[in-house]
Design a protein around this ligand. Structure first.
Ligand code: G3P
Ligand code: MG
Length: 258
């Protein structure tokens, strides 16, 4: 029998990260943040996907990145001025490719049903665009998420301190709710911020991450993820620095370089 120390068992609720996550679904091959993009990610072998959630004007949680619909639909205007009936009239696929014409915005409920059907894990970004209410978003989405996905298959991320603080206030147990602080560039006090939030991970723009900070985070109790990594040489450099997962528009391209 070996006397080697037995590593602390990770609890059943601990996420099992993969080296890549599909950013907004497989957004290199399908319209971002749609059911098609998630099906494509799954078909390409992804086990984790990153998506954005926010509220329509009528309070319906919807999978969408921008504050408006112009870039990714055939419509115009702000999300906060749309209700679900008008949102569902938009074509959110044809802007990307005619093969996706007729695609509709996915509600959070529709997306969670698909995520469960495909047994995927979800890194959901609570997107608080300017002028929007972080607490309202949390109070609509958190109960749905916690009743639909086990803690192991869910990470909630945000750039918004108000969203993260509200999430942690609603669920103080870090094993029941894994939170990620999104940074464009990690501030000097990242460790203090992560400890205060009982965060699970830090998600950083790789372009603003220097080697020293990457190594410090990788050596900390917090997981380190980087977005948006689409270059295989960058991916390999980040892996060497201890980055746990790269959020990519096309994970297959990165993985084929290993
Ligand atoms: O969650 C990582 C990444 O999605 C953050 O930036 O603008 O692509 O939502 P963005
Ligand atoms: Mg995002």
């Amino acid at each position: 029998m070996s006397n080697a120390p037995v590593p602390l068992a990770e609890t059943e609720s601990t996420p099992v990260l993969t080296t890549t996550m599909a950013h907004r679904g497989l957004s290199a091959k399908a319209p971002e943040n749609t059911l098609s993009a998630v099906r494509a990610a799954h078909a390409a072998g992804a086990r984790w996907i990153e998506l954005d959630v926010q509220l329509l004007g009528d309070g319906t949680p919807i999978i969408w990145h921008d504050s408006g619909v112009r870039r990714c639909s055939n419509g115009r205007g702000k999300l906060r001025d749309l209700d679900i009936v008008r949102a569902k009239q938009l074509d959110v696929g044809n802007w990307f490719a005619s093969a996706f014409a007729g695609e509709r915005m996915a509600t959070l409920d529709e997306m969670l049903a698909l995520v469960n059907e495909l047994n995927l894990s979800l890194n959901l970004e609570l997107k608080v665009n300017p002028g929007r209410n972080a607490r309202e978003l949390v109070d609509v989405v958190l109960p749905k998420l916690m009743e639909t996905l086990p803690a192991q298959r869910l990470i909630l991320s945000s750039f918004s301190d108000a969203a993260l603080d509200t999430l942690r206030a609603r669920e103080p147990d870090p094993e029941k709710l894994h939170l990620a602080i999104l940074y464009k560039k990690p501030p000097r006090n990242w460790a203090e911020a992560a400890a205060r939030l009982s965060a699970y991970s830090l998600h950083v723009d790789w372009r603003r991450l220097n080697a020293r900070t990457a190594l410090a985070i990788a050596a900390s109790p917090y997981k380190l993820l980087c977005y948006t990594v689409n270059d295989s040489r960058v991916f390999q450099r980040l892996r060497a620095l201890g980055v746990d997962s790269a959020i990519s528009d096309d994970p297959g391209r990165l993985l084929s370089s290993l």
